[in-house]
Design a protein. Structure first.
Length: 589
């Protein structure tokens, strides 16, 4: 790999004065040809970025993400707070947010109660308390409350958020708190009930939590785990390759995800367990105690129903004109709120001067009055959720995934409508965690990482084809040229005898080429049989990097990586993951 970047960073063990030893060559060779070792990767070489890949090389990265990172001017009109790469935009946003009205004392009270109930780390509690100060700002990210923490990108989001908060403190001299918003208002059960882990052979397994009472109808925040979670733990244990961390991982998951625990709270406790000691403040957004702090947002939306949807549609049209696909196209009658009662979390539609929930129509004014008196009965949709978030918190930056970035690109006008200061938008860190065997395979053979994304045999065949001795390729190419030359001579000579035989010469040439092509394929197959180890190396690396064809960070559960690398995984990523989010990093821990 040309331009290979390798950074040796201090791991938590090395900081503690513990010297780790890398695997020997013999063990590395076993990893190449075998499956996941029962021994974890914790004793591998110190954490290192092995390659930094420009996101524009990766076909699955959304064009808007690339444009924001590499050509901000082309999309500047879509991002209300400015360019996150511009220090002036940071200074301006910090000043705006510090001046903006927030009920800081009430917010700190809600946070302190949540953190106390979860027995959060002291660093997180101290950070939450500091939000009561008028100079303190927040850097926020969020994710749905998925089983076992969701995919790896959940952790990458949180790590990037902590890193950015640190940068705000050091570079701008401003107190900054990293916040993780647990999105539990949603009622999309299918989004949160599964976790994908890899087994000892790196085959993906989707573990699915059984339906909970109210699942798919009520907000996830109201769902309570039952005995089905113990069955999921058993499935996880039987699927994971045992390491020295497995017992501790399962103990911690059983402590957080247990019968009687709320789904949202279980997720919050798990994220807090992994990163709370770094001052990450985890906020359960479904907490109805916070609703009175944003009731004015609900009332504003109901005062002019569907205006938010109209603004978002207009912004979507602007995105389309710039060549980017809108993330959402709300209906003309869609109100950006849900109504929550015993029947579930239900959409609100505008019909003339009335608002309709299910089959019940009510005057818009009456529903607005209800939102002011009982804000706990209302829940924001995807368009209004960021505005609610930034009314609550003094947010200077939101760390977004690709879809969130696209949502936010449609919300500049919505922020202005609700008189809420928009934050800067930064993409989350992006990474693939490889073991030493996979990294060595890519480096040794200069194999482009993105080529692993293809799940058919084409990339493998091309790779093996490139491993053939050059003399074979040269001989086959020379054979093809000679056949074409001699057939051309023959065709001219035959034409003097019988012009109608010219077609027969062409047919003969095609048959000869088909025979040569068959020979070429047989040589490749022989190469496959001769070097089966190389084939296994390729397939194993692909299985780890793109399980089931999906990028690892989007598919594989946090739990799988904690099982591999231990409970200090978050600490190590904080050390290793660069803050330049225009790159995708291949990391060996």
């Amino acid at each position: 790999m040309g331009g290979l970047v390798e950074r040796q960073c201090k791991t938590p063990e090395r900081r503690a004065g513990i010297v780790t030893r890398s695997r020997g060559d013999a063990e590395a060779r076993l990893l190449y040809i075998g499956s996941v070792s029962a021994h974890s990767d914790a004793t591998a070489a110190p954490s290192a970025v092995r390659e930094a890949i420009d996101l524009r090389r990766l076909p699955w990265i959304r064009p808007l993400v690339n444009a924001q990172a590499a050509d901000f001017a082309s999309v500047a009109s879509l991002f209300a707070a400015g360019n996150p790469a511009d220090p002036a935009a940071w200074r301006s946003t910090i000043a705006r947010v510090q001046r903006a009205p927030h009920d800081r004392a009430a917010l700190a009270g809600v946070l302190n109660r949540q953190l106390a109930e979860r027995n959060a780390p002291a660093a997180a509690r101290t950070a939450a308390a500091s939000l009561a100060e008028t100079s303190t700002v927040a850097v926020i990210t969020g994710q749905q409350a998925g089983v076992y923490g969701g995919p790896l990108y959940t952790l990458l989001k949180a790590v990037t958020t902590i890193q950015l908060a640190r940068r705000v403190r050091t570079e701008y001299g401003t107190p900054a708190v990293p916040v993780f918003w647990v999105d539990a208002d949603d009622h999309d059960w299918a989004e949160v009930r599964t976790a994908t882990v890899l087994d000892a052979d790196l085959a993906p397994h989707v573990l699915t939590l059984g339906d909970l009472p109210g699942a798919g109808i009520q907000p996830v925040a109201s769902l309570v785990l039952n005995d089905g979670i113990n069955q999921l733990h058993a499935s996880l244990q039987s699927t994971l390759a045992p390491t020295e961390f497995t017992a501790e991982l399962l103990a911690r998951l059983r402590q957080h995800y247990r019968p009687g625990m709320g789904m949202s709270s279980a997720f919050a406790r798990w994220i807090e367990d992994l990163l709370g000691q770094h001052g990450l403040v985890v906020f359960e957004s479904g907490d109805t105690a916070a609703r009175p702090l944003v009731k004015d947002v609900f009332a504003h939306e109901l005062a002019d129903p569907a205006r938010t949807s109209r603004i978002a549609r207009e912004a979507g049209a602007a995105m389309t004109r710039l060549g980017h696909r809108p993330q959402v196209e709300p209906a003309e009658d869609a109100v950006a709120l849900f109504y929550v009662d015993a029947e579930g979390r239900r959409s609100i539609k505008r019909r003339g001067t009335e608002l309709v929930v299910g089959s019940t129509a009510r005057p818009a004014a009456a529903m607005r009055d209800e939102a002011l008196a009982h804000p706990e009965r209302f829940s924001p949709n995807v368009l209004l959720r960021p505005v609610v978030q930034d009314r609550l918190f003094p947010t200077v930056c939101y760390v977004a995934g690709p879809s969130e970035l696209a949502y936010q690109a449609q919300l500049g006008g919505v922020y202005r409508e609700f008189h809420v200061e928009p934050p800067l938008l930064c993409s989350r860190g992006s990474a693939t965690l490889l073991d030493s065997a996979a990294a060595k395979f890519l480096e040794r053979h200069a194999f482009p990482f993105e080529s692993l994304h293809t799940q058919d045999e084409s990339a493998l065949n091309q790779f093996l084809d490139q491993q053939l001795p050059p003399a074979i390729e040269a001989a086959l190419a020379d054979l093809d040229r000679q056949m074409a030359d001699r057939c051309h001579v023959l065709q001219e000579a035959v034409g003097q005898v019988d012009p109608t035989l010219a077609g027969a010469v062409d047919t003969t040439l095609r048959k000869l080429r088909d025979t040569a092509s068959t020979l070429h394929s047989k040589i490749i197959q022989a190469s496959k049989r001769k070097d089966e180890t190389l084939r296994r190396q390729f397939l194993r690396t692909r299985a780890l990097a793109f399980p089931g064809g999906a990028p690892q960070e989007r598919a594989v559960s946090v739990a799988f990586f904690v099982n591999r690398y231990g409970p200090t995984l978050g600490d190590r990523l904080l050390d290793v993951l660069p803050l330049d989010t225009s790159k995708h990093y291949l990391i060996v821990l």
